[in-house]
Write a protein that binds this ligand. Sequence first.
Ligand code: ZN
Length: 350
Amino acid sequence: MWQVVGQSRAVSLLQRSLEREALAHAYLFIGPPHVGKMALALNLAQALNCEAAEPPCGVCDSCQKIASTKYADVQIIGLTSNGDSAEAKPRAEIGIDQIREMQHSSSLPPFGGKYKVFIIDGAELMSIEAANCLLKTLEEPVGKVIFILLTVNERLLPATVISRCQRLELPPIAASEVEAALNSGWGIEPGKAKLLAGLCHGCPGWAISATLDDSLLQQRAERLNRLLDIINADYEERFTYAAELATQFSQSRAEVQEVLDLWLEWWRDLLLVKVGCNDAITNVDQLATLLEMVRGYTLAQIKAVINSIQSAGEQLKQNANPRLVLEVLMLSIPRRKEAVRGNLTSIRYG
Ligand SMILES: [Zn+2]
């Protein structure tokens, strides 16, 4: 049974290739972070090495070892390869040394499995030398060796590498599908499954991580509470916050973008509540706060804030002065007289 959540198109294509013994020598899985690229790659590696009649069974010794990345014939190459020691410093790129080592290993027969599978996680992070070195390997296929490249952005890969792989796009999947999988596959209670399914934006890996690591939801709670504080704050406090975010931006652009995405999602939810589509909101655990807050704003005000957040995000991408952009954003959020505060910190998940 294929364990990956969703991705039925990719799964059926791979299944057919397996049945016809018409596998490609190299695959390129393209999709956003946490959509299931690694899950599908490991599933394919299981299907190739499974000992059961209907692979991948998920329970035989090979399948289990592959799932826990402890199978000698399935190797993962990335910024932290499974060959690196735990203390090794994370790399900034996938280097030519890693690809050469992989080439050497691919020239040896399997240790005990049927196929050798090499998964390159974050293929766009290969150095130019590494990519050129990989190209030589892809040009000279050897039997029983399969390469699977995973990437979030294929435009960062040389066209020559892409042309030698079978491309498979893994799109974000429907929230209902993630919710069902969290319910049935991971035994997550319905309320939390619905919340995580909405928050993960079609990328179930994030939702699964959040079921194992409470800090992800805790971080969301802190950021949302900060947003609600800012809505009630005076301009001085807002400008202090803008300066904080601008400093954060110089250290991690992605983190500030995550904050903006969270805000955007909140105001979209307010818009949905305003027009009576309560069932369509993402922050399902915050309906009461949204209902209370929405009374203080007109539809036009909510739409204007959404536009301001979107435009701030765009300007930051175009390298505008972050402090200026964030200050303008702070000015654009209408103040409310009554304080509204979410009850996020009091919620217990799971
Ligand atoms: Zn198996």
